[in-house]
Design a protein around this ligand. Structure first.
Ligand SMILES: Nc1nc2c(ncn2[C@@H]2O[C@H](COP(=O)(O)OP(=O)(O)OP(=O)(O)O)[C@@H](O)[C@H]2O)c(=O)[nH]1
Ligand SMILES: [Mg+2]
Length: 229
């Protein structure tokens, strides 16, 4: 029998999702970061330890074009040998730099590896910032592939600041696609989040608080999925 859970996510109002019931052993959950923001979010989520008792068998992956963001993930891996390692996957030698089609093409070239990555997952959580090329281009494709592989698929995505201009239109288009491809989309608006804080709040603290909010919401969702509390 399916369980239905309701979530209050920032900027999204109430979202609901039907979840399959699970017996033991613990369902497997793959956390996948896509693009620079996705890599940052996965690294922060793992470091928070918030998922330790979420009742699922976890694994972490970060995907990007170009080495830059993935190098930071590798540094975090080396610095925290006690934590579950984050696997890194570079789909192309240079970053997409806002080119959604370049990111999609790299994803297509590596479709066999990416499909293999998703095999055997009961739940897939995709984390990305929308508005650039990589997160916007690849997250909807991975979402569809994860659902096709039989996983409950959630996309927790950050949308750009207003001043980022054209990135907002790219993000809107990606959200539209994700609404069709994911079981649940959890949007977090950078613009709305920063508007909650006084102008003199250090930017790092505001990003840090948003990372923690995303981690908390993802944890609630995974715990509901696994049936733990
Ligand atoms: N909250 C938060 N937002 C971020 C972070 N990094 C980037 N963003 C937002 O996410 C959007 C997408 O940025 P990136 O993740 O750098 O883009 P990308 O997916 O790597 O795409 P490329 O343009 O191909 O490099 C940006 O427009 C920002 O609004 C981060 O660390 N935290
Ligand atoms: Mg990038």
């Amino acid at each position: 029998m399916n369980r239905r859970i309701f979530l209050q996510t920032f900027g999204a109002g109430i979202a609901s999702l039907s979840l399959p019931a699970f017996a033991s052993p613990a369902p497997s959950c793959k956390i996948i970061g896509i693009g620079a923001a996705g890599c940052n979010l996965v690294t922060a989520l793992r470091a928070s330890n918030i998922l330790d008792r979420a009742g699922v068998a976890l694994s972490y992956v970060c995907i990007d074009l170009g080495p830059h963001a993935l190098e930071f993930v590798d540094i975090a891996n080396d610095a925290n040998p006690a934590l579950a390692p984050i696997k890194t996957l570079m789909l192309a030698p240079v970053r997409a730099g806002g080119r959604v089609n370049a990111a999609r093409a790299a994803c297509f070239r590596h479709r066999a590896v990416l499909a293999e990555l998703l095999t055997g997952s009961d739940m897939v959580v995709l984390l990305a910032g929308l508005g650039g090329g990589t997160g916007s281009g690849i997250t909807p494709i991975m979402s569809r592939a994860a659902r096709d592989a039989g996983a409950v698929t959630v996309a927790a995505v950050v949308t750009p600041f207003e001043y980022e201009g054209v990135r907002n239109r790219r993000a809107d288009a990606a959200i539209d696609r994700l609404q069709r491809e994911a079981d649940l989309v959890m949007p977090f608006s950078n613009e709305e989040w920063f508007n909650r804080y006084r102008d003199d709040t250090p930017m790092f603290d505001v990003f840090d608080a948003l990372d923690r909010q995303i981690a908390t919401d993802v944890k609630s969702l995974i715990a509901a999925f696994s049936g733990s509390t």
